[in-house]
Design a protein around this ligand. Structure first.
Ligand SMILES: Cc1cc2nc3c(=O)[nH]c(=O)nc-3n(C[C@H](O)[C@H](O)[C@H](O)COP(=O)(O)O)c2cc1C
Length: 356
């Protein structure tokens, strides 16, 4: 029976524990380049004892950014800007991960705190693309991608994985969730195509499987590959948990090491029932039925709660977002609360609770 603070082997690498930082967009990059904000933001979680620090959704091309302030991984400048962040995170004993994504019809928006939604091309934004021309809520209608453009997007994910390797990242997570491009193809709510990318399940999953297959070949064998999914759209007639399980089985066959189970984001008006651990059941179903490792995420905040998820075998790791923003050193404190002794950074040892 594994414990939250047991290490976990992921291909040729090992995460020191199963308390991981979930990806969090910061809307602080310029021209896709991470900077000192990202260094401190991600670095402090590594100092705080996280087993893996996953960098925010990072675009594989400029029109794939959720906002003009997103990070990118589409040329050498991005590699050089990410490298010091990755080096620092790894020096603290955490694995460094990067989530690679494309926002599709949910691209070109302003940071949430600005509350203005779409950024027009006149203001530094751009026209968006998607599987079909259906708009997301009040955002402008996207243009449907051609077959050639879809093939190029697959290639862009592969290039972004190669750049991520060059920057030193240990883990790549493909962002297939939250209503962004790859999820837009999965969900019948946003995919109305009638070609080989639309209609039945086999067609809607085609793009994600092509991306994963291509990335797995490019990404070094000893490095783990994750996929984040929205396990359900929370809408009748939308993407379902049953389809997620089927997809996860295919992902496992393609060499995906862990499926990170989130939910929602396909449409703005879904009725999502939230509460502590509300998505853990998705990770549990995928793990037991598709026989792949999973991460659970969503309103996990307490040490006993996170440990129970691992000890009961519902998931192999927990990802936390907002609780890490509140307490960047959550793992150091959680270990002591759970009565486990873990190494503190030498510089911080005098603050260890047992030394008080
Ligand atoms: C500030 C912020 C930014 C986020 N950005 C991303 C992102 O880049 N990629 C992603 O998959 N999820 C993103 N999310 C969702 C989180 O990764 C996580 O799934 C969600 O917040 C639920 O976990 P929590 O209850 O621990 O916060 C973001 C969440 C927050 C709070």
């Amino acid at each position: 029976m594994a414990h939250l603070f047991d290490p976990i082997a992921l291909r040729g690498l090992t995460a020191r524990n199963r308390a991981w930082v979930s990806p969090m967009c910061q809307y602080r990059a310029v021209a896709g380049l991470p900077n000192s904000w990202h260094f401190v933001h991600l670095g402090k979680f590594a100092v705080g004892g996280a087993g893996l620090v996953m960098a925010e959704s990072t675009a594989v091309e400029s029109v794939g950014r959720i906002s003009p302030r997103d990070t990118g991984m589409w040329d050498e400048d991005h590699v050089e800007a990410w490298r010091p962040v990755v080096t620092f995170v790894r020096e603290q004993g955490a694995l460094a991960g990067i989530q690679l994504g494309h926002a599709g019809r949910k691209a070109s928006t302003a940071p949430p705190w600005e509350g203005i939604g779409y950024v027009t091309p006149e203001n530094g934004g751009w026209n968006t693309v998607a599987p079909s021309s259906a708009a997301f809520g009040s955002l402008p209608a996207p243009r449907a991608l051609t077959d050639e453009e879809i093939s190029l997007i697959v290639q862009r994910f592969i290039w972004a994985a190669a750049f991520s390797d060059e920057a030193g990242f240990d883990v790549v997570e493909i962002h297939g969730a939250h209503g962004y491009l790859l999820h837009q193809f999965l969900s019948p709510l946003s995919n109305h195509r009638t070609d080989k990318y639309g209609g039945p399940f086999e067609n809607r999953v085609r793009l994600l499987l092509d991306v994963v297959g291509g990335v797995r070949k490019e990404w070094p064998d000893h490095k783990p590959l994750f996929v984040r999914v929205s396990a359900t759209d929370w809408v009748d007639g939308g993407w379902s948990l049953e389809e997620t399980v089927e997809l996860a089985r295919l992902l496992g066959e393609l060499g995906v090491d862990l499926v990170d189970c989130s939910s929602g984001g396909a449409v703005p008006d879904a009725k999502i029932v939230t509460g502590p651990s509300y998505q853990v059941g998705f990770a549990e179903a995928v793990k037991s039925k598709a026989e792949v490792s999973t991460a659970a995420v969503g309103l996990i905040t307490e040490p006993w709660q996170a440990n129970e998820i691992i000890q009961s075998g519902k998931a192999d790791a927990v990802m936390m977002a907002r609780e890490f923003l509140r307490q960047p050193h959550w793992p150091l404190l959680a270990a002591s609360e759970l009565g486990v002794s873990i190494d503190w950074p030498s510089e911080y040892e005098r603050a260890e609770p047992r030394r008080r």
